[in-house]
Ligand binder design. Structure first.
Ligand code: GUN
Ligand code: FE
Length: 455
């Protein structure tokens, strides 16, 4: 029994069963197979722990959670730009297209240097892990070498990730554009091959086909990317209907398509593995299209406020059965934290609620159960990972946070002491930060956390 093969957590376990069902299980046991990083057992309301442990036929280590601690699923960020992290929180004066031209393209072009990429990517991935983002869907830049560095960095640091080499072959500055549609497709294929070769058994990292948005991609390029995604059975991510000027310009570039959403459909980019960031300004017809294609959306509320793009009413998408997850959209969104994405989504839904004040129909803002779902299981569904992560179902990977609200351990949360378990979860969502995350696990491996170690 020298080698510990199981980790057993005993205490309060919080996760989403569905969008309207948040389970808070007290006195419960979660058993994790350390070799595979997979959940092998979830026992609710266990009063005699010793008796349960006696039944285990393998060596184990028991972690008793305190009343201020609970297990929470790892957070899933469905949309973030890794190369934009270092200027997050600066240059917040402009709207989307001016912001891209003034700040973003110049900053991203510096990732031509492998050293710039190494330094920046180590910082951003470490920061996201510390903030509890166990899975992230990343946009990188157009540079093949820097994209490979992002993959290597993520692999070293242990995050689960989708990584996209960005495609841009038109309407981009001379210093930040690919030579041709074919050159862009060739580099994308090389990136996909590199990433697939690097995949280990657990497949923590997946390449994602990433046309930046229709403005910077020719028809030939988008068509080719759709075919590449099909050939390798890969997901596709891009931006859609974020800003009114953007929509107008986009539609003027592709007059044969009926609307912005149709541009992607007409180029073979919509499908059940695709997900679209923002979707602030969508007609009912366009939302119906997403539902028909089973294409998901990434709701990036901080970014939609910060670039004053608008307020996305995600209730419209949820009501039509469209898959919805949350995204930080760093650096359109200034915060590299999914707790912030939860709070921003809460504000956005309160804005929509206030806009409904004088209307007849009833409107419900996003509640606690919905917010947790969108940041975990909902995001997992958007990424097609609902069988692997998102909650603590037996058989799923142990991607998890040990939340510790005890301020003596450094948490940013102070408790009255008589909170209900649900109130503790809400305090974490609204007042917690990286200091409230004692341990962060991906596939059973501890990859970050404010506590010094797992002991
Ligand atoms: N649309 C095209 N590129 C970008 C980007 O980098 N950020 C955001 N928010 N929107 C985009
Ligand atoms: Fe974005």
């Amino acid at each position: 029994m020298a080698f510990t093969t199981l980790n057993v957590f005993y205490g309060t376990i919080v996760h989403s069963i569905s969008i309207d069902q948040l389970e808070i299980a007290s006195n419960s046991l979660l058993v994790v197979d350390n070799d595979k990083g997979v959940i092998v057992s979830f026992e609710r309301e266990v009063n005699d722990v010793e008796k349960f442990l006696e039944k285990l036929d393998r060596s184990y280590k028991l972690f008793r959670l305190t009343p201020e601690q609970f297990l929470f699923p790892g957070l899933v960020d469905t949309h973030a730009h890794a190369p934009q992290y270092l200027f997050a929180g600066s240059g917040m004066d402009l709207q989307l297209l001016d912001w891209l031209n003034t700040y973003v393209f110049r900053a991203e072009s510096s990732f031509k240097s492998s050293q710039v990429a190494k330094d920046a990517y180590t910082k951003v991935v470490s920061r996201f892990l510390r903030n509890g983002t166990t899975t992230c869907s990343w946009f990188a830049t157009i540079h093949l070498e820097a994209c490979k560095i992002l993959v290597d960095t993520i692999q070293q640091l242990g995050q689960r990730a989708y990584v996209g080499k960005v495609n841009m072959d038109q309407n981009s500055p001379d210093f930040y554009i690919e030579a041709s549609a074919q050159a862009s497709l060739d580099d994308t294929r090389a990136f996909i091959e590199y990433t697939l070769e690097k995949q280990d058994q657990q497949k923590l990292i997946t390449p994602v086909v990433t046309p930046r948005f229709a403005i910077t991609c020719s028809s030939e390029l988008m068509q080719g990317l759709g075919k590449l995604a099909q050939e390798y059975k890969l997901p596709i991510q891009t931006h859609l209907c974020e800003n009114q000027n953007e929509i107008e310009f986009t539609c003027s570039l592709f007059p044969k398509s009926k609307n912005y959403t149709s541009i992607y459909a007409d180029h073979g980019l919509l499908g059940d593995k695709s997900y679209m960031a923002h979707c602030v300004y969508m007609t009912d017809e366009e939302i119906d299209m997403l539902a028909e294609y089973n294409t998901g959306i990434s709701h990036c509320a901080n970014s939609n406020f910060s670039l004053h793009s608008g307020v996305c009413d995600v209730r419209r998408f949820l009501n039509k059965g469209v898959k919805v997850g949350l995204g930080t959209d760093v650096a359109g969104g200034f915060a590299p934290s999914m707790l912030d994405a939860i709070r921003s989504s809460f504000f956005a839904s309160k804005c929509t609620l206030m806009a409904h004040r004088d209307r007849k129909e009833k409107y419900e803002h996003l509640g606690t159960s919905e917010l947790v779902y969108l940041a975990t299981l909902g995001g997992a569904r958007v990424l097609g990972l609902q069988e692997t992560i998102g909650n603590f179902a037996v058989g799923k990977a142990f991607d998890a946070l040990v939340v510790d609200l005890n301020s003596e351990n450094g948490s940013s949360v102070d408790l009255m002491g008589h909170e209900t378990p649900l109130q503790k979860v809400e305090k974490f969502l609204f007042n917690g930060n990286d200091q409230s995350l004692a341990h962060v696990f991906v596939q059973g491996r501890r990859v970050a956390g404010s506590a010094s170690s797992l002991e």
